[in-house]
Design a protein. Structure first.
Length: 641
């Protein structure tokens, strides 16, 4: 198509893919950029155009890109900053993504592309164009932008720029002849718009939302009839399912081996004299001890029970609160000391910073610039202040000021699952949306010294660690730029009745207190299969549990054991969850993101001839007791990469 449009009047831009051309008449001409193979190629070309425009003010501008629009958009946005706004005085826009560029170029404002415009049109992927040509009269800036809906794209690009201009003239002439009728633009009282274009709107009422685009598409196809709600709805939605497009994780630098933790904890909290509690923590902590020995020694004294303690499944954990920080805040060891302010002060800075490290990795894994993130969901149990960590994270990452932020607080261990479900909804209901999910948890807010009558604290000291996980979620991935790791096929939330008090968290003046009943593994074990049956029934997919891949939140070793047992899972099915538990402990809502990351790593190193499960399940649990279930589908792209 692009070659049909070439003319002998070409300019050497230094790139064979960037072919400008000038029509015979300098009164009606254009400049064309086609199919760049390198995303940065457009920028210097546009700058050249800027220079040309200065030397030949009569020449208009046409930019046409029929390569993958998403891939070059960032370059165009960058280029728009460099090109004088006079270069793009009169424009035809085909496709939706360029609107932000043009608005920016024309208004000489920051070139952030509005989020709704961030994606290529569903039926027009890889075909976007921007053009300009001189109208007979110089229109007011508000009249200079015409938006051509994707449906008209084919007709728009089947003509060279001056042919389009001729068409316009012919239509104007026809209109004059007919005197009445025609499609005169009453809004701007300038040239009428050809049938293959929508009439222009004032610049400040440009369609910036899929709903607006649906209205405009509809008015093109049905004359002046308004769009139906159904059409508007369809235009807002993505075509495909949401998918994980990038994952990143991060931990604080201090790492403590699980075997050393009881000594460390009782020393730094001056609790060495509490030998019973230390023995209990030592019983729970070991990475591995065959549970059969635990039964053999169960009738013996404290010491024997201690060495026979069952495995926690944890080898090491990372913590933000190190010895140095604790020395500066000795009151953190006392549950009754009013230390909430100091804890929140530290967490307000540390939690978003840790999230930013994870998010930077997720964004790099995703492969597009942070400025193209449209939504942010931030989950933590440490947030107790507004503006909250989501705002700080957005600023650390340099996200667009138009990014739509949501803060989830105190969802505990199901925060990751909840965030991912919300991200799925956002991505599937907002065409082109790219959602950054970040979960960041540091145990500092809930750290205390040992105290009699607080078994929950000893359990927490044995299990919990600090970490951040970030995921980019989006639908309709851009070919050759975005790679779907896991498609999100179905999501649900289940609350186990009568379990309000079995997992709870509460912010007090001394920090966060929590209670975790020892019934939790059994309660979960008794409910997960029902959630899974419901999920797969809803999808109409019949499967055996052992045919799936699994990303279960490793809340504790006993939870994984119970789930493995009730589902009859083979050894190794929960390997990703067990690995994350071993290397990081239970990082609350963040943990399930680490499991997804581990799962994709394991799938990527599959052995020759090994068949990997196509379908899988992610599950997370927390206060409520709440169970988040998500059915995942792994596209081929993940295998062997
Ligand atoms: C690894 C455990 C802890 C130990 O298992 P085990 O080695 O097979 O041994 P036992 O089950 O016999 O328990 C050993 C000891 O731990 C004690 N224990 C056994 N569960 C308990 C229990 N929930 N309470 C307080 N003692 C117990 C148990 O009573 C026993 O004490 P003792 O008889 O004195 O030796 C295992 O029970 C286990 O994985 N439990 C699941 C833990 C769990 O429910 N996790 C999910 C919820 S996590 C969550 O919601 C997060 C909230 C959170 C909150 C704050 C944060 O900072 C971060 C996160």
């Amino acid at each position: 198509m692009i070659h049909d449009l070439l003319s002998p009047h070409t300019l050497n831009t230094g790139d064979p893919n960037l072919v400008p051309r000038y029509p015979p008449s300098s009164q009606r001409g254009g400049f064309m950029v086609g199919a760049p193979h390198e995303r940065n190629a457009l920028c210097p070309a546009l700058q050249r155009v800027g220079g040309l425009r200065t030397h030949s003010p009569a020449w208009p501008l046409l930019l046409l890109d029929i390569s993958n629009g998403e891939a070059v958009k960032a370059s165009l946005v960058t280029a728009a900053r460099a090109v004088p706004s006079t270069v793009l005085p009169h424009c035809l826009v085909v496709g939706e993504a360029w609107l932000g560029l043009l608005l920016a170029a024309q208004r000489r404002r920051s070139c952030t592309v509005p989020p709704r415009l961030g994606g290529a049109s569903g039926n027009l992927k890889g075909a976007l164009a921007v053009g300009a040509w001189p109208p007979r009269q110089q229109p007011a800036p508000s009249e200079s932008l015409l938006w051509c809906p994707p449906a008209s794209f084919d007709s728009a690009i089947s003509f060279s720029p001056w042919e389009i201009g001729k068409r316009r003239e012919a239509e104007r002439a026809g209109e004059r002849r007919e005197e009445a009728g025609g499609r005169r633009n009453t809004e701007t009282n300038t040239a009428p718009t050809p049938a293959y274009m929508d009439p222009p709107l004032p610049l400040w009422t440009r369609p910036s939302h899929p709903t607006t685009q649906a209205r405009r598409r509809s008015s093109t196809s049905m004359g002046s009839a308004p769009a139906t709600v159904g059409e508007i709805r369809r235009a807002q939605r993505a075509d495909g399912p949401a998918a994980v497009l990038g994952i990143g994780t991060a931990n604080p630098p201090t790492c403590i081996a699980q075997d050393d933790y009881p000594d460390y904890y009782f020393r730094v909290t001056n609790g060495e004299h509490l030998t019973d509690l230390k023995a209990k923590l030592t019983r729970i902590s070991p990475l591995f001890f065959p549970s059969i020995l635990s039964h053999i020694f169960s009738g013996y004294n404290e010491e024997l029970r201690t060495i026979s303690g069952k495995k926690s499944g944890i080898r090491q954990r990372y913590m933000h609160l190190n010895e140095e920080l604790l020395a500066a805040h000795p009151d953190f060891t006392d549950r009754k000391s009013p230390s909430l302010d100091a804890r929140v002060d530290i967490a307000s800075a540390a939690v978003p910073e840790l999230a930013a490290s994870a998010a930077a990795k997720a964004i790099a894994d995703w492969g597009r610039p942070a400025s193209e993130i449209t939504h942010l969901i931030f989950s933590t149990y440490s947030g107790a202040r507004a503006p909250s960590g989501d705002r700080r994270l957005a600023s650390l990452l340099g996200l667009s000021p138009t990014v739509s932020r949501t803060m989830l607080n105190l969802h505990g261990c199901y925060g990751g699952g909840r965030s991912l479900q919300l991200a799925k909804e956002l991505a599937e209901n907002n065409r082109g949306a790219r959602v950054l999910v970040a979960c960041s948890e540091i145990t500092l807010i809930a750290f205390y010294g040992p105290e009699g009558g607080c078994p929950d604290n000893i359990l927490g000291q044995a299990l919990f660690g600090d970490g951040s996980g970030a995921v980019i979620i989006g639908a309709d991935p851009v070919t050759n730029v975005e790679r779907p790791l896991f498609e999100m096929a179905f999501a649900s939330q289940t609350t186990i009745p009568g379990t309000e008090d079995d997992i709870s968290m509460e912010i007090n003046k001394g920090g966060m207190e929590y209670h975790i009943s020892n019934k939790v593994p059994r309660l979960l074990g008794g409910t997960v299969e029902r959630c899974l049956i419901d999920a797969f029934d809803a999808l109409g997919v019949r499967t055996k549990w052992n045919e799936l891949f699994w990303a279960i939140h490793p809340g504790g070793r006993a939870i994984l054991d119970h789930i493995e047992e009730v589902l009859g899972l083979d050894d190794g099915k929960l390997a990703a969850s067990r690995h994350v538990l071993s290397e990081f402990g239970n990082m609350s809502g963040t943990t399930v993101i680490f499991v997804l990351d581990e799962l994709r790593r394991r799938r990527a190193v599959k052995k020759e001839g090994e068949a990997l499960p196509e379908w899988g399940v992610m599950m997370a649990f927390g206060p409520g007791i709440t169970i988040e279930t998500m059915v995942l589908h792994a596209p081929d792209s993940l295998d062997g990469n």
